[in-house]
Design a protein around this ligand. Structure first.
Ligand code: 5GP
Length: 205
């Protein structure tokens, strides 16, 4: 039974670094690479962080119901392709998604067992400093991202877990602890328990 982990955070919170390090350490975790209409930033390349597609292509895929969820974020479309969930289930892997608050809410409707994690910078000042030091966005974009951050933070109650990202290593450790604990929830363990119970002459309810 595959688990789904949704990580959301205002941009600049350090979420991508935490997610990438966690993925590198956990071969059972499949990353859902989103589709987006936004242009690649800095050193980003097709297929690494996102699948970059045109607005027409995105809208055609919405029409074909290819996305498990999709949203408009900062004037661009972003969406989670169904194929990743199917692939994770077929391979017995767990799925990790990096999506925004709107996407997390939609996905929870479809996959109620999804585990949601919110990453937060320690303060607004630190978030602003991190956005500037990336050197990737114009001032106007930084201001828009800061307003977006306030909007996302307002929805923190949608989430099961909160990571205040003081240090990346500590946050990676915490995220991995959440993943490990969720993997051994009773409900997920029942298939493995079945032969044990049978050896005691019991059946599962
Ligand atoms: P960025 O442009 O900084 O890479 O991402 C902007 C926002 O879009 C982030 O909050 C990110 O989590 C969100 N995002 C990325 N992929 C998806 C997706 O497939 N669905 C939704 N709903 N949000 C996404």
């Amino acid at each position: 039974m595959s688990a789904v982990f949704i990580v959301s955070a205002p941009s600049g919170s350090g979420k991508s670094t935490i997610v990438n390090r966690t993925l590198a350490l956990d071969p059972k975790l499949l990353f859902s690479k989103s589709y987006t209409t936004r242009a690649p930033r800095g050193k980003e390349r097709e297929g690494e962080s996102y699948h970059y597609i045109s607005r027409e292509d995105f809208e055609a895929r919405i029409g074909r119901d290819e996305f498990l969820e999709w949203a408009r974020v900062f004037e661009n479309y972003y969406g989670t392709h169904r194929g990743y969930w199917d692939r994770a289930q077929a391979a017995g892997n767990d799925l990790l998604l990096d999506i925004d608050v709107q996407g997390a809410a939609q996905l929870r409707e479809r996959i109620p067992d999804a585990v949601t994690i919110f990453v937060l910078a320690p303060s607004r000042g630190i978030l602003e400093q991190r956005l500037r030091s990336r050197g990737e966005d114009a001032e106007e974009v930084i201001q828009k991202r800061l307003r977006g951050a306030a909007e996302e933070i307002r929805n923190y109650k949608l989430y099961d877990y909160v990571l205040i990202n003081h240090h990346v290593e500590e946050s990676v450790h915490r995220l991995r602890s959440i993943i490990e604990a969720e993997r051994i929830r009773r409900k997920r363990m029942e298939p493995s328990m079945q032969p044990i119970l049978e050896s005691f002459g019991m059946e599962m309810d």
